[in-house]
Design a protein around this ligand. Structure first.
Ligand SMILES: [Zn+2]
Length: 134
């Protein structure tokens, strides 16, 4: 009884206001865990897009995946950077999201995904199998 209070009392009484709770809330997440989660997210999204059997479905899934990854990216930025900075970046990020979706083409045959580069001539045929892309 005497020993117990000797060990626990000082910690309980110590500084109830100015505790450093940064590790419990809002602290940096484990980078390895983040990296694994990000990899799983990209792998899962790519699989999800690839599994689509027809081009229209593939395009729909690709658009969904682009929006979701864009949302996650903004969320990660918002958690790690000042809000004003993220707000300033937002128009550029939205433009990137839309550009990615606009420049994605899908091949008729096996369903390769071709990303057009805006400043280069449009890609009309799949570079891998030669089928028309849409
Ligand atoms: Zn192809």
């Amino acid at each position: 009884m005497g020993n117990e209070s000797f060990f626990s009392a000082p910690q309980l009484k110590r500084d109830p206001l100015g505790g450093c709770d940064l590790t419990a809330y809002g602290g940096p997440l484990d980078p390895v865990l983040l990296f694994l989660a990000w990899g799983a997210f990209i792998g899962g999204g790519t699989l999800y897009v690839r599994r689509a059997q027809i081009v229209t479905e593939k395009r729909r899934r690709f658009r969904l995946y682009a929006h979701v990854s864009f949302g996650v990216f903004v969320l990660v930025l918002a958690l790690n950077l000042p809000a004003l900075f993220v707000l300033l970046l937002l128009p550029g990020l939205v433009a990137m999201d839309l550009l990615t979706i606009r420049s994605a083409r899908f091949c008729d045959r096996v369903g390769h995904v071709v990303i057009e580069v805006p400043w280069r001539p449009p890609i009309l045929r799949c570079p891998e199998c030669g089928a028309p892309v849409h």
